[in-house]
Design a protein around this ligand. Structure first.
Ligand SMILES: Cc1cc2nc3c(=O)[nH]c(=O)nc-3n(C[C@H](O)[C@H](O)[C@H](O)COP(=O)(O)O)c2cc1C
Ligand code: SF4
Length: 582
């Protein structure tokens, strides 16, 4: 009986038109009307969330178990996430080389070849999914049954932003530890307070928009430039230069877009800013829009964060009623449908336009021709959340924080392998050893194999290099990256070959298909890596050449980043990957 009710609720979630915002593939909707959130859809969703959170936990486990059995019956281990479960049997070493090998090996299914379209969560209720992200992979020995489900379910889902309690699923959640370790708290004040979801409670903190609207736009641009704030979405581009470029563009219409796609497995900082401090996100977006002359904006939130979608939607209503939005700025919420590549800003703009969200070649830069051909400012949630503080306290106060060319504070997400996992605000300059020992309080079990900082396109920092200080150039100097600040500790039960295979499998799955080296090359690399991790011989020369081609010729940071990841890991763990690239 309970199970019947559950299915019905999930079905209503799935079929409700407001939950299928993005139509398909190459069909242009010619605008955004089809992807607006409507009241009926929200009521349905809130109801189903309420029910699921309060009553359905045991039923959810039944659903997941049934899924697992269904997959097992269908031989489901051969799904997108492959067979890399905790108890993967070592394959019998037989010779597999060259082209034959990639055909015989399991090729991960790619998004753009998926029969149902580009997005893989279009018809999926998040509450029914288990997470196959890298933090869950790192912790797979802690809940092998749940990982087994995640690794074999269709569609694969790569991060639910619950890496502090991994392996995780869409139904259960706990509140992580939140820690403030900067000399000035810039970002986490309201998160530390447990979240501010009503405007009257936020008001005291919300004077920045009023102040900013009384300032000349160019003064705001100058202020952001002087603060030395760099983009937190991964590219670390100076925010002031971007603001100036959009402000300088001559156009009737300009857009500002909030990138809340947070697809990097291991990171959950944007999720908590959206859920616990939505007015800061809205206030910051309104300030940015005023500075660059934009009158329309979009907040694009991934479907994997249903609570963030609910909270921000409600906050937008309140902000509108309070006059924050209205004639000066129209701000709309758009919900993704499951595609890591939509975090890449040009792909994100295509998604907003209702096009197939492939990466766009550049030039033109989006500051000249972005959304619907108009100058567009795209920012990550964390970058934007620093803006109200800068307006209130001044550029110099912000620039005084941090070190070297990395100024201000940074959010770090620590995964469940730490004794004290959670969300931390730190100043740039903290050493990785301090992150592990002081913030995370060491590993809960096992010996540290390596630290993945900044997502799957960054490298893995070996334990011997933990004295490096957190900074963009400093991390680059060891072939790693700050990225989005997800910190995944791998213990010695994860071998380096298996981690690389898992990253490449993820990469193949999430390739947008626009350029050949990534579209055709990464699935082959993933299959070869899988074989090598299972101790099958591979054509090492071919592996090396494919990696080099990927690094040199990919259109965007996805393909390039995957290649750089492999190169970085090879450099730091030469003995473990020797056979792959000789
Ligand atoms: C493959 C790929 C995935 C990305 N995913 C995200 C993402 O999930 N969130 C994000 O803010 N930026 C992401 N980015 C970076 C964006 O393209 C863009 O640089 C960023 O949103 C700009 O905002 P910022 O200047 O505030 O960092 C991604 C880039 C690439 C190449
Ligand atoms: S590198 Fe991959 S994700 Fe990027 S444009 Fe090419 S196919 Fe798309």
């Amino acid at each position: 009986m309970a199970s019947g009710n559950f299915s019905k609720k999930c079905a209503s979630q799935n079929t409700n038109p407001t939950f299928r915002q993005h139509r398909n593939d190459s069909v242009s909707t010619g605008g955004l009307t089809g992807i607006k959130l409507r009241a009926l859809g929200w009521r349905t969703m809130i109801l189903s969330f309420h029910c699921s959170a309060t009553k359905m936990k045991p039923v959810m486990r039944d659903v997941l178990r049934r899924r697992l059995h269904r997959h097992k019956r269908r031989g489901g281990a051969n799904q997108a996430n492959g067979s890399d479960v905790v108890s993967t049997p070592e394959a019998t070493p037989t010779s597999l080389t060259n082209r034959d090998s990639s055909q015989a090996m399991k090729m991960p299914r790619q998004r753009h070849l998926a029969p149902s379209g580009f997005y893989h969560l279009e018809h999926t209720a998040i509450s029914e999914c288990a997470c196959a992200g890298l933090a869950c992979f790192a912790a797979r020995a802690d809940r092998p049954d749940l990982w087994q489900i995640a690794a074999t379910q269709t569609p694969a889902l790569y991060c639910l932003g619950k890496c502090y309690d991994a392996p995780s699923d869409g139904m259960h959640d706990i509140r992580p530890h939140v820690g403030q370790h900067a000399s000035q708290p810039v970002l986490l004040g309201n998160v530390l307070r447990g979240g501010v979801r009503d405007l009257p409670t936020y008001r005291g903190d919300g004077a920045a928009l009023e102040k900013a609207r009384q300032m000349a736009p160019q003064a705001l641009v100058n202020m952001v430039e002087a603060s030395r704030l760099r983009g937190r979405g991964g590219a670390a581009f100076p925010a002031g230069i971007k603001w100036q470029a959009v402000a300088n563009a001559r156009a009737q219409t300009k857009y500002v877009v909030v990138n809340a796609d947070e697809g990097d497995p291991g990171a959950f900082s944007d999720r908590f800013l959206l859920e616990d401090d939505p007015f800061r996100v809205i206030e910051a977006t309104a300030i940015a829009a005023h500075a660059v002359g934009a009158r329309r904006g979009y907040i694009y939130i991934r479907k994997e964060y249903p609570e963030a979608v609910r909270v921000v939607s409600h906050a937008l209503e309140q902000a509108r009623a309070a006059g924050w939005l209205g004639p000066t700025l129209e701000l709309e919420l758009v919900v993704g449908q499951g595609a890591y590549i939509c975090g890449e800003e040009t792909s994100l703009l295509n998604a907003l336009e209702g096009r197939r969200p492939e990466v766009r070649p550049r030039p033109p830069q989006i500051s000249e021709r972005g959304l619907f051909g108009a100058p567009t400012l795209v920012h990550n949630v964390e970058t934007l959340c620093a803006i109200p503080w800068i307006v209130t306290h001044g550029a110099a106060a912000y620039a005084a924080l941090g070190f070297s060319n990395s100024r201000g504070t940074k959010l770090l997400s620590l995964n469940s392998l730490f004794r004290r996992p959670g969300l931390y605000e730190v100043e740039f300059g903290i050493s990785l050893a301090d992150v592990v020992e002081r913030l995370g309080q060491g590993l809960r079990r096992g010996k540290l194999k390596g630290l993945m900082v900044g997502g799957p396109l960054a490298g893995i920092v070996p334990p011997t290099l933990l004295d490096i200080r957190l900074g963009y150039e400093e991390m680059q100097s060891i072939d790693c990256a700050v990225g989005h600040g997800g910190v995944i500790a791998f213990a010695d039960d994860s071998s380096i070959p298996r981690i690389v295979a898992q990253v490449l499998r993820f990469g193949a799955r999430e390739s947008c298909g626009k350029c050949t080296p990534c579209h055709l090359g990464v699935p082959v690399l993933a299959a070869m890596a899988d074989a090598a991790a299972n101790r099958l011989p591979i054509d090492a020369d071919r592996f090396r050449r494919l990696i080099e081609a990927l690094e040199a010729t990919s259109l965007c940071g996805h393909g390039r980043g995957l290649a750089e990841f492999v190169q970085s890991v090879r450099r730091h763990y030469p003995s473990e990957l020797q056979a792959w690239c000789d």
